[in-house]
Every structure is written in C-alpha cells, then in structure tokens.
Design a protein around this ligand. Structure first.
Ligand code: FES
Length: 318
C-alpha cells in the first residue's frame, strides 16, 4: 500500500537565545538562506527532531519576516521529552526538518479588536500576531500577559510594553487579575484568545461561555486525557483517493488503524490540540473530540488522533 507522504522542509538552527524563565528561543533558517514557506500570524510548525520525536511550536516572528522561523521552547523536566531534547541536545548548525506552517489566528476584516490573554510562556502563540498588528492601523489589540514575576521574552516584548500594547500583570504582587474585566463585553467585531495553564483556560472559557464560538480562541499546551467511549463500535474507513478500506476496531483510534494500514499520518500531540493530523472527510458522521477545529472547519475536517465515528462507514479525503 502506498504511504501518504509527510512533507517537511529542511532547516538549520542559526541561533539559540536564552529568553528567561527556562525558555530558549531558536532561530531556524533555510540551509541556503532561501525564503521559508509563508505563515499566518499565530501559525504552528511541527519540528521533526533528530531523535525521532515530533513536536509542535508556535511561530513567534513577524509573518513578513520569512527568512527565518523563531520558536520558543520552555524546558519541561517532566514533559514528554521534546523540550529536553531541544534544550539539551540541539546546537547551532544542527539540521531540523519542519512541517509546512499551519493554522493561525483570525485576521479577517470583520475583526476590529483582538484581546489576548496569556499566562507566561503562553504568550508565544500571540507574539507573531502582536508584531503583525503593530504594523497595521485598522485593528486594535491588547495583550494581557499574566506572570508570577519574571517576564519571558523581556527583550522582545519591551517595544510592545513601551507602546502600551502589552499589559503585564504580576500575580506575585496583586494576584491573578479578573479575566472577565480583561476580555470585556462580547461583540461581533472582537476576538478574544487565551493560552496558558489549564486553570487559566478554564476560567477564560467560563467568562467567555456566552460569546459566539467564532470569536473565542483557545490554545493548549497539554492534551486532555483520551476519551474512552465504552459504547464505541467498529467502523470502516474508506479512503477516497485510493479506494482502500480500513477497519477501525471498537475503541481503536482512527490514527492507529490508518497506521496499521500503512498510511503515514503526521502527528505530534496525539490528543487533538496541535492540528498535525488534520484530514478531510467527505461522507459519514464523525465524532469530533479535538480542541482545535472551529465549527466551520469540522464540517470538512477531523483530527484522526481523537475523532470517532457515529456511522458504520466514514469516507476520508486520503
Ligand atoms: S496529533 Fe495533534 S491533533 Fe492529532
């Protein structure tokens, strides 16, 4: 059976910078200094690390700067190993394969104001957007950065702090700020976004529960525990491009069934939060369990690492 190709771009590490609070900022460039594939503000890439791990990071630089990719990595001693490998093993000159950039934050003309709420390293998905919005006059934004004491990326954030576009809230001094007052009133032209610890995301989801789903965006670092569906039934995946049929056993993930069938699928989080395993679907009734696709996207795509099926047959665009 023919495997599905996974596209990566070869990059070289051209810079490693300490960015405070156990964070390193890596600069990746094309080995021959060609431009890198373009990206939208807030986009992600998967790093295919030399040790075989694949990990997803936000791009932090301004999208107009396509000579490099900046990614910020906090060393998580108890994490799954990706951040340790980057901090401890990767040196300037090392080659790293990266996926094409994907996703990004909504920048459509219907949005006139963005409010970003970030906890510590959770500022990374919003850095490129903030840098991008600084260059435009027609979209207002505020970035609320909640830290215990130390500001990550202090040197990079200084111009935004000086311009009063980033407001730093130090919890060591005043406790956690009231998120409801930070996000303000719901409005069709306002987009609110949050990235940070799970407790902060829970609070944010509560205060924005009445907002239109399309105006609320959440980024997670940690995938929620896998959903075990005791009533799960087996189903058939039909791959539209080849006519191949693959059986998914009760309780098995689509991802595992596809991999057993020899289909290569890009993965990173395996928990429905990174977007790496996004696949189009054509027929059937998928059960979406991801935390990343919008209601509109779910009409066309699913995440094979977590999605299930409510129909006996699901046709995928593979
Ligand atoms: S691998 Fe991250 S969403 Fe599926």
């Amino acid at each position: 059976m023919k495997a599905r190709p996974i596209t990566t771009v070869k990059t070289v590490v051209t810079g490693i910078e300490d960015a405070g609070a156990g964070i390193k900022l890596f600069t990746l460039a094309d080995p021959d200094r060609w431009e890198l594939p373009p990206f939208k503000p807030g986009a992600h890439i998967d790093l295919h690390l030399p040790n075989g791990l694949v990990r997803t990071y936000s791009l932090c630089n301004e999208p107009a700067d396509n000579a490099r990719y900046f990614i910020a990595v906090k060393r998580e001693a108890e994490g799954r190993g990706g951040s340790r490998a980057l901090h401890d093993d990767i040196r300037i000159g090392d080659i790293i394969g990266v996926s094409l950039p994907r996703g990004g934050l909504e920048t459509g003309p219907e949005i006139a104001r963005h409010v970003f709420v970030a906890g510590g390293i959770g500022v990374t998905p919003f850095l490129s957007m903030a840098r991008h919005l600084m260059q435009t006059d027609d979209v207002d934004f505020a970035l609320h950065l909640i830290v215990r004491e130390e500001i990550p990326f202090a040197a990079h954030l200084a111009p935004l702090i000086d311009a009063d576009r980033v407001v730093v809230h130090r919890t060591s001094q005043r406790g956690r700020p009231d998120l409801a007052s930070l996000v303000g009133e719901a409005g069709p032209q306002t987009m609110v976004s949050c990235c940070g610890p799970e407790s902060m995301i829970d609070d944010f989801e509560q205060v924005t529960a009445a907002w239109p789903a399309a105006n609320v965006h959440v980024e997670r670092f940690v995938a929620p525990p896998p959903v075990i569906d005791p009533d799960a039934k087996p189903f058939t995946l039909s791959l539209a491009r080849t006519g191949t049929e693959i059986q998914v056993r009760a309780g098995q993930t689509m991802l595992a069934a596809l991999q057993e069938g020899g289909i290569d699928i890009a993965t990173s989080c395996c928990g429905g939060i990174c977007g790496a395993c996004k696949v189009g679907w054509i027929e059937g009734k998928p059960v979406h369990r991801d935390r990343i696709l919008s209601p509109y996207e779910r009409e066309r795509y699913l995440m094979v690492c977590v999605a299930g099926s409510d129909s006996e047959r699901l046709v995928l665009d593979l």
